[in-house]
Design a protein around this ligand. Structure first.
Ligand code: GAF
Length: 387
């Protein structure tokens, strides 16, 4: 993908790029819908991501092209929220990089020509949007000599998504893309912003973490995600806490809330934070094989309490467990996307076959499988043709 993006840049812009920057997608091992509740998350970076070949411009313009999109977009860096400009759907993908440029403008960043390439499936719940934002952010900062620490840059990329795309996401995906390291998961406290690297190497325990792309695309901006976030904020307000993270007496909180829907949302968020801590404890003890029950509990909570799972995810987890997987759960915002499965390495073939057969039996599209090896975070990459 890296040489390809450089060549595509040269062809599109008639000059060499000043550099290439790469940012990965993520899988969240556990801690779903906790980030915007000031809670805990535990993502790791995938070996799949977005590359951006870029050259500085000094005319205040950002021009973006993508190998995955037909439309090139040119926009001033100096501008208001992209979402308010009513761009047609074929330009929608460019709201991410243009939004990042507009947010970073306050920090001294200017224009650039960008060529984007990706090997991350879009709509698969693997944070391809955050990868695009983070690769763009690194490129723009380097090109304009702007230094921002990575936790700060993650928050600015999140702001670009919130303000310019109109998606009220939390800080997890951008933090994962910028802060993850190979062989580790990132334990992030979304309130303090503090993080630690937790060793996570399923292969050393004879295990594989399999990502199943359920082929049911998710669309986070469509309102369901925002509705869940609003329910959490309403529950926090009714309970008199700043965020659901602050609940220390779960039975008391559940007894206070009258609305059964809000009770279920609170139940999920509070127990999910505890599951993150439990998983971190197991990883630090070198007990990767014991994660399965916690993954299963997370899936059931997301399905029954938080109501963000979807039929293809439930069927994949169910078929995999019957075929001997140790555990599995939906990942990301939900309503479509991917599932992760923890599987003994010698059972991977059997589990894949079982999930594929379950989908075929229901007349669904064949699922995709990726081996989720915890990989490195966003970086500038060296390309052979550069001086
Ligand atoms: C999406 C959002 F972008 C994240 O911020 C997070 O809330 C996640 O859904 C759910 O855990 O990926």
């Amino acid at each position: 993908m890296i040489p390809r993006v450089g060549a595509a840049f040269a062809e599109a812009f008639g000059r060499r790029a000043d550099g290439v920057w790469y940012a990965p997608g993520r899988v969240n091992l556990i801690g779903e819908h906790t980030d915007y509740n000031d809670g805990l998350v535990l993502p790791f970076a995938l070996p799949l991501g977005v590359s951006v070949a870029a050259a500085r411009r000094d005319d205040g313009v950002i021009e973006v092209r993508s190998r995955q999109a037909a439309t090139a977009v040119t926009a001033p860096v100096d501008g208001g929220p992209v979402v308010a400009e009513g761009w047609p759907s074929d330009r929608a993908w460019a709201a991410y990089p243009v939004g990042v440029a507009r947010v970073l403008r306050e920090h001294g960043v200017g224009g650039a020509s960008l060529l984007v390439d990706s090997d991350l499936p879009r709509g698969a719940g693997l944070a391809s949007s955050a990868a695009l934002e983070c690769a763009t952010a690194l490129a723009l900062c380097d090109l304009h000599g702007v230094e921002i620490d990575r936790p700060g840059l993650a928050r600015l990329a999140q702001r670009a998504e919130n303000e310019h795309v109109g998606m009220p996401s939390g800080p997890m995906d951008q933090s994962a893309s910028l802060l993850c390291t190979a062989g580790r998961a990132l334990m992030l406290d979304c309130r303090s912003g503090l993080s630690s690297q937790v060793p996570f190497d399923p292969a050393s325990g004879g295990l594989t973490l399999l990502v199943v792309d359920t082929r049911a695309p998710h669309a986070l901006a469509d309102g369901d995600y925002a509705a869940r976030r609003a329910e959490c904020e309403e529950a926090a307000k009714l309970l008199g806490v700043a965020a659901l993270r602050d609940i220390t007496d779960l039975p008391g909180a559940l007894a206070t809330l009258r609305d059964p829907v809000l009770r279920r949302r609170v139940q999920h968020v509070v127990t999910e934070n505890h599951r993150v801590e439990a998983v971190v404890g197991l990883l630090r003890a070198g007990a990767v094989a014991e994660l399965g029950a916690l993954l299963n509990a997370s899936h059931l909570s997301l399905r029954d309490q938080f109501a963000v799972s979807w039929p293809e995810a439930d069927a994949a987890v169910d078929a995999a467990l019957r075929a001997g997987a140790r555990g599995g759960r939906m990942v990301g915002g939900g309503f479509g996307g991917s599932v992760i499965l923890l599987v003994a390495a010698d059972r991977v073939g059997r589990v894949r076959d079982a999930v594929t057969a379950a989908y075929a039996g229901r007349g669904w599209a064949e699922p995709g499988f990726h081996d989720a090896v915890p990989s490195g975070g966003a970086r500038r990459v060296t390309v052979p043709w550069q001086p």
